[in-house]
Structure formats: structure tokens, C-alpha cells
Design a protein around this ligand. Structure first.
Ligand code: NIG
Ligand code: FE
Length: 405
């Protein structure tokens, strides 16, 4: 039995990611629009309601159909919050001071003390909240293990969470996030490259490898070493790049053929040019920028250079305790000047490409998975227009209603 849904407006990227450039020329807007899908949860039709061959659609007056959000950068699974660090930053402490030794290691200790069941019980409601905010696919990351065994444990927990969540989840090994207590940086990078990455790959635990390049974290040489180990294991490379200061990480990630360079608050002109030309996506994390009260990246220049721009929440207890892609979209538009339809492409088609989930995810088109949203309002512009408000009326995952207001 085919199922059909129709609304006053339908918006979707026209093509699968990666899509480049300003102005979001690649968004299809239908007024009204309809979608049908089959029993396998695969879309069979996207177009005007007149084209529905004899099927009566469920009709949403004054609403907008859109593809489900894809959140391509989160730090789930973790356990416990760090609100006191946010408060301390409001009175002068910097994240640079906190990150180097404190915050990330603190989350590692909380994770280490908790049982597997406690971690999953903490994360389940967060994934549920994500569903209520329209996220139908997302990235999970390690990086709070900080030993070979504890990183593998976090990756296994991520796979367990993925198996039970309605959303499609990929897992990234954040092999170099902070230097474990009692080790020097070089020793940890060696362990990550020689033991952790091969072990995670051999067990099929991860889909990508990530490194934080920063003066308080890891160096460009470390990125190269991890990139080589990831390539050896057949895994794409990602990079936390130029977040707190300029390090040349974006251009280095592009030169290594990384899938993405993320954050980019202090990306250099050379980094912008490299991302513009290359196949490395620019993943923007506007809620982390807002909550760190950091310098925004030069997003107009990234778009102008032709970069593949994606948006994510960066959901983590340190810099961005945010689960909502509508919030990330709203802040990206208000703070970075993205147009609503540019943000739509960044939060769907391009985000799916970053996770290796295109073309099945990230747009409404025949053959794609029926992951779709019914949103309040007349067009995608309502999402950034009302920050703090959840615009999602219904979230459909694989053709089934997974959440409804
Ligand atoms: O993406 N900058 C590095 N990592 C995270 C924050 C991790 C934490 O503070 O727990 C980020 O901002
Ligand atoms: Fe991050």
C-alpha cells in the first residue's frame, strides 16, 4: 500500500549533496506539494498533488513538507552536563583554559564511572528530543574515552544506541580529542594510529576518524599521522579545524582529502580557498559559536568560494549542549547570514553527504528514503524566523511516523 502526504508548500534540495555556492539555487519549492512512498519506506513520487495517481493524501494546510534534518556532527554518546563551565565562561574563564586539561577529561571521567546501561539511559531521551526537532539521521562520536579500551567501549555504545534509535546513525572515532592524563601527546597519537584505529576498523565499529587540531589539542603533524592511519583502515578523515585560533587545519584537511573540516571560526583565506576548490565540506557549528561567544567564521566567503557548507548541532556537554537542528539553522541564519534555503541545503543534502548517507538521505526524491518532516508555516523561512520554537509537527522515518506533536 502506497502512502501519500500533501501540504501547502514542499521544499527540498533538487539534487543529492554535495551542493555548492551561494543563493541555494538548488532548492525546489512547490506550492502545494505531495510525496508518496511504498511499504519499504522508499519515496515513489514528489510533485504537485494533481500527479497522485488515485491516492488520497493526508493533507496539511498551511504547512511545509521538507526532508528530515541530518545532524553531521554530535559528540553523543556522553553522560553528564557541565553547566558550571558555561557559567564560569560568562565571568571571564575561556574555553581554551577549560578544554586543554579540564572539560573533556571531566566528561571522560563521568563516562568511565558510569555503566553501559546508565550511558544509554542518559542518551535515549536526547535522541528522542532530536527526533522531536526533526533529526532523522545523525553522527555519533567517541572522544570521551581517552584510552584505547575506553574509546572502543564508547564506539560500541554508539553502535548499540544506533541499533535501537529510529534514526540512522553513523559513528566517528574522535581518536585525538584530548591528551590522556599521564601520557604525552606523541605517545597518544602513536597509540591512536597503531592500536586504536586498526582495532576500531577491524571490529567494524566506526565509519570515519576525527582529530581536533588546535594549540591546546593536536598538531598538523598529528592530523597527518591520523589521516594516514585512517586511510590505511579505509575510513574517511574529519577534522575539528580552526575553532579557537588559526592553525592551517582547514587547508591541511583539504590537502589530505578529508571529508570535512568542522568549526572554522578562524579559517584563513588559504583555508577558504582550499575548501572552495576541494572535496572537503565546511561543517558549521553555529550554536557552539554562540555559546562560546566566539568569532563567527567568514561564511559569505566560504559560500562565494564554492565550499560545500553543512550545518550541525555539535551536541556536547562542553561547547554546545544543543540537540535542535532548527536552533542550529536559526543561529546560522541570524549570526552567519545564511539564507533560509541555503541553511536547508546545509542541514539536509550536504549534511547527508558528509556522513556518507547521500543520495538515500537528505532530500525528497523518488528512490530516496521516506525521512520527512511536516513543518509549521509557509516555507522553510519559518524555521529560522522563530528560534527556540520547535517547528516540527511530525517526523517520519523510513515511511513510519516516528514522532508527532
Ligand atoms: O566540538 N573542540 C573540541 N571538541 C568539542 C567540545 C568538547 C567538550 O568540551 O566536551 C567541540 O566543541
Ligand atoms: Fe565537535
Amino acid at each position: 500500500m502506497e502512502r501519500a502526504i500533501a501540504a501547502s508548500t514542499l521544499v527540498t534540495p533538487r539534487a543529492p549533496g554535495p551542493l555548492r555556492g551561494p543563493g541555494a539555487p538548488d532548492v525546489l519549492e512547490l506550492r502545494p506539494g505531495a510525496v508518496t512512498w511504498d511499504e519499504a519506506g522508499t519515496i515513489t513520487y514528489v510533485g504537485p498533488p494533481e500527479g497522485l495517481a488515485g491516492i488520497e493524501p493526508e493533507w496539511f494546510e498551511g504547512c511545509t513538507l521538507a526532508p528530515g534534518f541530518v545532524d553531521p556532527h554530535t559528540h553523543l554518546p556522553f553522560l553528564g552536563w557541565r553547566a558550571d563551565e558555561f557559567e564560569a565562561r560568562l565571568s571571564g574563564t575561556t574555553y581554551r583554559d577549560q578544554a586543554g586539561g579540564g572539560g573533556i577529561r571531566r566528561s571522560a571521567r563521568m563516562l568511565a564511572r558510569a555503566s553501559d546501561e546508565e550511558v544509554l539511559a542518559f542518551c535515549r531521551p536526547l535522541l528522542r528530543e532530536m527526533l522531536a526537532h526533526g533529526t532523522t539521521a545523525l553522527e555519533l562520536k567517541t572522544g570521551y574515552g581517552l584510552s584505547v579500551e575506553a574509546e572502543l567501549r564508547q564506539a560500541r555504545l554508539a553502535r548499540r544506541l544506533a541499533a535501537e534509535a529510529p534514526q540512522t546513525c553513523t559513528v566517528t572515532l574522535l581518536a585525538c580529542h584530548a591528551v590522556p592524563e599521564g601520557l604525552d601527546r606523541a605517545a597518544w597519537v602513536r597509540a591512536a594510529c597503531d592500536e586504536l584505529i586498526p582495532a576500531a576498523a577491524a571490529e567494524g565499529l566506526v565509519d570515519a576518524v576525527d582529530v581536533w587540531v588546535e594549540d591546546v589539542a593536536f598538531s598538523l603533524e598529528d592530523l597527518e599521522a591520523v589521516g594516514a592511519a585512517a586511510a590505511e583502515a579505509g575510513l574517511p578523515l574529519r577534522c575539528h579545524a580552526d575553532q579557537l585560533g588559526p592553525s592551517g587545519a582547514a587547508e591541511a584537511a583539504a590537502a589530505l582529502g578529508a571529508r570535512s573540516a568542522d568549526h572554522l571560526n578562524h579559517v584563513s583565506p588559504a583555508g577558504i580557498a582550499a575548501l572552495g576548490r576541494g572535496g572537503t565540506a565546511a561543517v558549521l557549528l553555529p550554536t557552539a559559536t554562540l555559546l562560546l561567544r566566539a568569532t563567527p567564521p567568514d561564511v559569505p566567503a566560504l559560500l562565494e568560494a564554492g565550499a560545500v557548507v553543512a550545518l550541525a548541532t555539535d551536541c556536547n556537554p562542553g561547547t554546545s549542549p544543543v540537540v535542535s537542528m532548527p536552533e542550529a539553522v536559526a543561529i546560522a541564519c541570524a549570526l552567519y547570514g545564511l539564507a533560509p534555503n541555503e541553511a536547508l541545503v546545509a542541514a539536509t543534502a550536504n549534511a547527508a553527504w558528509v556522513l556518507g548517507l547521500a543520495p538515500a538521505h537528505g532530500r525528497l526524491a523518488p528512490g530516496a528514503r521516506a525521512d520527512l518532516l511536516v513543518l509549521e508555516g509557509d516555507g522553510f523561512r519559518h524555521v529560522p524566523y522563530r528560534p527556540g520554537h520547535d517547528p516540527v509537527i511530525r517526523t517520519v522515518v523510513g515511511g513510519e511516523v516516528a514522532w508527532e506533536r
